[in-house]
Design a protein around this ligand. Structure first.
Ligand code: GLC
Length: 496
């Protein structure tokens, strides 16, 4: 078993977590200020979303310089200090790298536009035919209608999976591949414990194919892994690959690709089961996913900084999910729902706890999205996915203790805070903290197979994980199972 099998991960966005002093956006120093809190909660590994130099047109996933930190967030020294302080506490840190594309502000792209025969001329995917690769889907359906955008300067189109200001790097160019290893070394040498590789299924394009999880992409993933194994054998690589189940498995291979992959197949099934008061969708997806190769682990999650994605579910399921969780079209982002966990659960604390219990006991290591542990609300008037990225609420002071000044990027939503829940043993925050402690007390949950248990009740999901029998009631009815009675949306972890 490796450290990540049993680690509890916590995702924070630097700009939204905590500002130091009177800064108007969150900072790395702010994160350092809150490490006591994360340690108290029981977090083992902090995951920071991109904090690099960026025009922030995609909240930092549009990187303009892979080697520097956005000045709003602080300095390289602050980052080094953050790593040191985490490690001193016995905690770990992973960061996020978007390697599929850069910002159009990146000097490579600027050079590529102006100097087609120069060293960066072939760094991006240029072409004369905007109809090429018709099989490749548009992902950001709210704003883009094509994966090609015309560039006047170069007199050609460039290819992009996401926003038109995020040109895709050309992985057929060995010089691009070399840059990736330089970037990896630079950040890993700072002492990181892991990396999330963003949008990793999309590196290559080939005529006639959908351009996702291509053999060339998988081969490059194997190169990254063997590089990591040689130089940073303790670090974990986690894939963001939002693909159908069988394709998702390709990112593990036989264990020679990623150590971890986010469990996109299971995530929407949990919400679907709640909407239907029926555990069947969860049983079926667990059945469909094969056991993982040695050394591998799922990254289990309920929410993250993106929309609750529904790209990979069948049309009828998507419709059902929109009906159940999208009362207002304003809350939709691309092919999904931009809402936080508590509002998705209609403010019903019992459902939120049920979801946290699933997060802690299903196969995988749990990833908690900042703020969900206090049931933070969202602001659905904000565009794109910003509804779920508002400042963390620390206390009841003005601006919720995020800063002494009004935050300049996103407003504070308000309604609850860490301080308001800290001393209340029955609060959601303390319940989540106890669940994390329970999870740590059962290390079997890191690797034990998940054996489905027939409960005789459509609404109740049962599975055995090592020495625990886990029961989850997806309905609003009390259900008597004989040895145990589950209240509405009740859950139990029993000795097996
Ligand atoms: C990933 C990120 C998302 C971003 C996209 C493009 O899916 O999670 O936030 O917008 O990549 O970089």
């Amino acid at each position: 078993m490796s450290w990540y099998h049993n680690a509890v991960f916590y995702q924070a966005l630097v700009g939204s977590f905590k500002a130091d002093g009177d800064k108007e956006v969150g900072t790395l120093r702010g994160v350092i200020d809150k490490l006591d809190y994360l340690q108290w909660l029981g977090v083992d590994c902090l995951w920071l979303s991109p904090f690099y130099a960026s025009p922030l047109r995609d909240d930092g996933y549009d990187i303009a310089d892979y080697y520097s930190i956005h000045p709003d967030y602080g300095t390289m020294e602050d980052f080094e200090e953050l790593i040191a302080q985490l490690h001193r506490r016995g905690m770990r840190i992973m960061t996020d790298l978007a390697l599929n594309h850069t910002s159009s502000d990146h000097p490579w792209f600027q050079a590529s536009r102006t100097d087609p025969t120069g060293p960066y001329g072939d760094f991006y995917v240029w072409g004369d035919d905007p109809e090429r690769y018709p099989e490749i889907r548009v992902i950001f359906t709210d704003v883009e209608t094509s994966n090609w955008t015309w560039d006047d300067q170069r007199g050609q189109y460039y290819f992009h999976r996401f926003y038109s200001h995020q040109p895709d790097l050309n992985y057929d160019n060995p010089a691009v591949q070399e840059e990736v290893f330089k970037i990896l070394s630079f950040w890993m040498d700072k002492g990181l414990d892991g990396l999330r590789l963003d949008a990793i299924a999309y590196l290559f394009e080939r005529d006639g194919l959908g351009g996702e999880s291509l053999p060339e992409t998988i081969e490059f993933v194997e190169k990254i892994r063997s590089f990591m194994d040689t130089h940073y054998p303790d670090a974990v690589l986690i894939a963001e690959a939002n693909q159908p189940p069988a394709e998702t498995m390709q990112f593990y291979g036989k264990g020679e690709r990623f150590h971890m992959v986010f469990n996109f197949p299971v995530m929407p099934r949990l919400y679907q089961a709640l909407a239907l008061a029926d555990a069947t969708p969860v049983y079926s997806i667990l059945d469909e996913l094969p056991a993982l190769p040695d050394g591998c682990q799922w990254g289990t999650f309920l929410r993250n900084h993106d929309e609750l994605t529904l790209e990979m579910v069948d049309d009828d399921v998507r419709e059902l999910m929109y009906e159940a969780f999208l009362p207002d079209d304003e809350m939709r982002a691309h092919v999904g729902i931009a809402r936080r966990l508590m509002p998705l659960m209609n403010g019903d604390r019992r459902k939120v706890e049920l979801m946290f219990s699933l997060l802690m006991t299903l196969p995988g290591a749990p990833f908690i999205y900042y703020g969900d542990e206090i049931g933070m609300l969202d602001d659905t008037t904000l565009p794109d996915r910003y509804a779920v990225r508002t400042p963390m609420q620390w206390d009841d002071s003005e601006h919720s203790g995020f800063s002494t000044k009004a935050p300049s990027r996103l407003p504070v939503v308000g309604g609850t805070s860490v301080a308001a829940q800290l001393d209340d043993a029955t609060s959601l925050l303390n319940t989540v903290r106890s669940m994390i402690a329970e999870r740590h007390a059962h290390p079997d949950l890191g690797t034990a197979p998940c054996e489905p248990v027939e409960t005789g009740e459509e609404a109740v999901l049962g599975y055995q994980r090592g020495d625990l029998l886990c029961l989850h009631n997806f309905s609003d009815r009390s259900i008597d199972l004989g040895p145990v009675e589950l209240g509405p949306y009740g859950y139990a972890w029993l000795p097996a």
